[in-house]
Design a protein around this ligand. Structure first.
Ligand SMILES: Cc1cc2nc3c(=O)[nH]c(=O)nc-3n(C[C@H](O)[C@H](O)[C@H](O)COP(=O)(O)OP(=O)(O)OC[C@H]3O[C@@H](n4cnc5c(N)ncnc54)[C@H](O)[C@@H]3O)c2cc1C
Length: 330
């Protein structure tokens, strides 16, 4: 049974019956038909294999970056198996700006629309013009406009109506030539005369300083989503805790940083065997060595129960957890 340990950034010890990289649609469907159970993987930075997976893991290696331009924008058609950060670096190097705030996010281009990746004041949906793929049911090609992708906070149609139904083969980006830099995020605001190149370098510097490097401590980035609660619930919380941060979402809701909730409960640095709540960023759970899926589930559930008990907020995992038969819920 081939090991999956190096195929997911959390690095738990797990295996599958077969690991098959593919670089085109024909070989994808040919491999897929050999097993009844299949799991599609990009960079494995949002997926955690908790146990041995009883099926085949298909690794997307569809490559290629095509560039064209109009008077107004740089248009890119990018293979889903391209590395996300490499794409951002290529864009910045060529003066195709917009994606620089999203530097150093691990993973593949094909996964970026699925949870509408975001960081430092920018979400990728701003620059996606369409997403191409094939449906598993009839192998038909589709191209969804950004609007049809129904992007939301760490959300899209690929997590709902189309969840587990499609292979994303290409993502099309439109990077406007007249693009305003975004420096709303605290540390970026301190940049003098910000340019996209400076933002790119600064985001890399901040991320390296703040976030655990998966090569050192296995992790999958933010383990939980930041919960969005109703304004009256937020008012109750802020009466009790005057330091609770909140960011308006539309007129009726407020987004609360999950890291604040977890920190308030004293989880920073707390560990169950090889799984630890990261001491400087409690939203990230790490594998400090020899962790098991059971350790991870125990710590994650303890955090969820405590947050529910103290704040009446249900935390939702941002990561995908895979058990022996496929995706599982916590
Ligand atoms: C250190 C670290 C920092 C991170 N920081 C951020 C951050 O700042 N912002 C952010 O938004 N995310 C962040 N993440 C999460 C992660 O990097 C993103 O979610 C990324 O887009 C996942 O890409 P992937 O290729 O690794 O996905 P995978 O884990 O391989 O797959 C994720 C899901 O997408 C599906 N999938 C993958 N490729 C395809 C495809 N071609 N077609 C259809 N389905 C597919 C998989 O089946 C799976 O369900 C971070 C992760 C880490 C480890």
């Amino acid at each position: 049974m081939p090991s999956l340990q190096s195929y997911h950034t959390f690095g738990l010890s797990a295996s599958s019956q077969q690991i098959t990289p593919f670089s085109d649609i024909t070989s994808f469907f040919a491999a897929r038909s050999q097993y009844t159970s299949n799991y599609l993987l990009g960079g494995g930075s949002n997926t955690i294999f908790l146990k041995d997976f009883e099926g085949q893991v298909l690794i997307n290696r569809i490559l290629g970056i095509e560039h064209t331009e109009t008077a107004k924008a740089h248009e890119l058609r990018v293979g889903a198996g391209e590395n996300w950060h490499e794409l951002v670096a290529t864009c910045v190097k060529n003066g195709w700006y917009g994606l620089e705030n999203l530097a150093l996010i691990p993973g593949s281009v094909g996964a970026c629309p699925i949870q509408n990746i975001g960081a430092y004041g920018v979400e990728v949906e701003t620059f996606i013009s369409s997403v191409e793929g094939v449906a598993f049911s009839d192998k038909a090609h589709f191209e969804l406009s950004a609007q049809q992708c129904q992007f939301g906070y760490r959300d899209s149609v690929f997590k709902h109506d189309l969840a587990g139904e499609t292979l994303i083969t290409h993502v099309n980006f439109s990077l406007p030539k007249q693009n305003e830099v975004v420096t709303t995020y605290g540390e970026l605001a301190a940049l003098e005369s910000p340019t996209p190149d400076k933002i790119f370098e600064e985001v890399i510097r901040i991320r390296k300083a703040k976030l655990p490097d998966p090569a050192q401590f296995g992790n999958a980035g933010s383990f939980f989503k930041n919960p969005i609660i109703e304004n009256h619930h937020y008012a109750v919380l802020s009466n009790k805790y005057n330091d609770v941060p909140g960011y308006a979402v539309g007129t009726d809701h407020t987004k609360v940083p999950a890291a604040w909730l977890i920190d308030k409960l004293g989880f920073k640095g707390r560990a169950i065997n090889g799984v630890r709540c990261h001491p400087t960023q409690p939203l990230v759970l790490t594998n400090t060595g020899g962790a098991t899926g059971k350790d991870l589930v125990s710590l994650a559930r303890e955090i969820m129960l405590s947050v529910q008990g103290r704040f009446s907020i249900t935390l939702e995992p941002e990561v995908r957890l895979v058990g022996k038969e496929g995706l599982i819920e916590l």
